[in-house]
Design a protein around this ligand. Structure first.
Ligand code: SAH
Ligand code: SF4
Ligand code: F3S
Length: 444
């Protein structure tokens, strides 16, 4: 018997996603739930939508500040009866206050509560931001758009309390998703043609530390080796691991498992042990470099990316130079760098002594990025002549230009000019030249 809802015309959903890969995954869940349970289809035109969702990020101040002007813009363009819902991390952080500050918002749904989407849309002015809510066992509706690449959450929340970071306040305590659920989901994805899986969590290599049900003892190393047994799955990536949990066993599994891509994000945050201590990161510069040395001994060609914050409270010129030193030593392939942004609910936001001025922070960011640019250009030269297997993830065929591009196992983007290759195909390419950070190659 067909369900009645199948006969009614679908409603339209417009969704804007800010922030990290976790939010991208949460948006996929929101879309799938609304499609399956409430008969919504996606539109990229907000003025045609019956429901507008903003999936917000609050890790730094800027996007949060923009939220209220954005709500105003959507309110002006939307259909008369369309609803506006605020989801994600800013929803968790501000909760009720969002309704107080904007009468144009219909509901607020925190990052930890997204499985409640199909009920909250029917509750005017509802606020669901319970930080203790646990949807680690919830089976979200299937995303029908899964292609050759997919995201998979392996845990929710974060148990660390880095002094600058709002995430534990927006996503609550860390809970791992049971391994059999993850394996089932990964098998399902692989059977639909997914070749590359990106595992997500705030501290992926702390996987198994806490479950909400009785669970056999497992860790991230075990999860990787079990996922790798799934037929059809060709590549496994993950983000983010925490340097503190990078024991030898984990690095060895990472190095030897052929399906685990040889690129890794190792967030440094600061090169100065003094600053790392006040950030409450739990490791020193020495520990960080020791892990890098061991990793490079196992895998000399590994791709490494990182996050660095400049201008943290108490960061002196000498401390900053320690970050420059680590950057120079490790020679990261990708750098995400940020000026420290004080966030509510975090200890560092109340510290007055040793504040770094905007000008100094900006100037440090510039120096850091200049050094990284130089390293990147040099790293690219080392790629010349190498052969990489790339997974095509972007292509174009037009009178003006034709190209295909994809990522190597080590996460380097390689562009093939003049050839149109289907998305999701693996191709061996020889790197022929490099322009700054971009690599160019020919199939071989
Ligand atoms: N769990 C991940 C990080 C998630 S937040 C980890 O521990 O690495 C993503 C990045 O945002 C962080 O790595 C950090 O570099 C940056 N970030 C977090 N809070 C910040 C703040 N208050 N100001 C500036 N950057 C911040
Ligand atoms: Fe934030 Fe630290 Fe948790 Fe990462 S590990 S999400 S930086 S508190
Ligand atoms: Fe991600 Fe931003 Fe939340 S970085 S965890 S969406 S605060």
């Amino acid at each position: 018997m067909q369900h009645l809802k199948d006969f009614s015309p679908s409603k339209k959903l417009y969704i804007e996603t800010l922030g990290c890969a976790m939010n991208v995954r949460d948006s996929e869940h929101l879309i799938a739930e609304l499609r399956e349970k409430e008969n919504y289809t996606l539109t990229d035109d907000a003025s045609q939508a019956d429901l507008i969702l903003i999936n917000t990020c609050s890790v730094r101040e800027k996007p949060e500040k923009k939220l209220f002007s954005e709500i105003g813009v959507f309110h002006k363009m939307k259909k008369k009866d369309a609803k506006i819902g605020i989801c994600g991390c800013t929803a968790s952080a501000l909760g009720e206050e969002i309704l107080k500050r904007s009468k144009n918002v219909d509901f607020v749904l925190g990052a930890r509560n997204i499985s409640k989407i199909s009920t909250i849309i029917h509750k005017p002015k509802a606020v669901e931001v319970d930080l203790n809510y646990d949807d680690s066992l919830y089976m979200f509706s299937q995303n029908i758009n899964s292609s050759y690449k997919a995201l998979l959450n392996i845990s929710i929340g974060c148990d660390k309390h880095c002094a600058y970071c709002i995430v534990p306040h927006t996503r609550g305590k860390e809970i791992s998703i049971p391994m059999d659920l993850l394996l089932k989901e990964a098998e399902k994805l692989a059977s639909k043609g997914v070749k590359e899986l990106l595992l997500l969590g705030q501290n992926v290599n702390n996987y198994g530390a806490r479950f909400s049900i009785e669970h056999p003892k497992v860790d991230f190393t075990k999860l990787l080796s079990e996922l790798a047994k799934i037929e059809g799955l060709k590549r496994i990536r993950f983000t983010s691991p925490h340097p503190l949990h990078m024991d030898d066993e984990f690095l060895e599994e990472f190095a030897k498992n052929p399906k685990v891509c040889k690129s890794i994000h190792i967030p440094l945050q600061s090169g100065s042990t003094k600053i790392l201590k006040s950030m409450k990161r739990g490791y020193s510069q020495e520990w960080y470099l020791n892990r890098i040395d061991y990793l490079k001994k196992l895998l000399p060609d590994v791709g490494i990316s990182t996050d660095i914050i400049v201008g943290f409270v108490g960061e002196s010129e000498e401390d900053f130079l320690e970050s420059m030193k680590v950057l120079e030593y490790v020679r990261f392939d990708t750098l995400y760098s940020f000026i420290y942004s004080p966030r509510p609910f975090t200890p560092a936001s109340t510290w007055e002594e040793g504040k770094v001025s905007k000008e100094v922070a900006k100037e440090r960011l510039q120096r850091l990025q200049d050094l990284h640019k130089k390293i990147l250009t040099e790293n690219s030269q080392l790629e010349l002549g190498k052969i990489h297997k790339i997974l095509i993830e972007n292509n174009k065929q037009s009178e003006v230009e034709t190209f295909s591009e994809g990522r190597s196992d080590t996460n380097r983007l390689v562009k093939i000019e003049g050839k149109f290759i289907n998305l999701g195909e693996f191709v061996n390419v020889k790197v022929t030249h490099a322009k700054n950070a971009t690599l160019y190659g020919t199939p071989c």
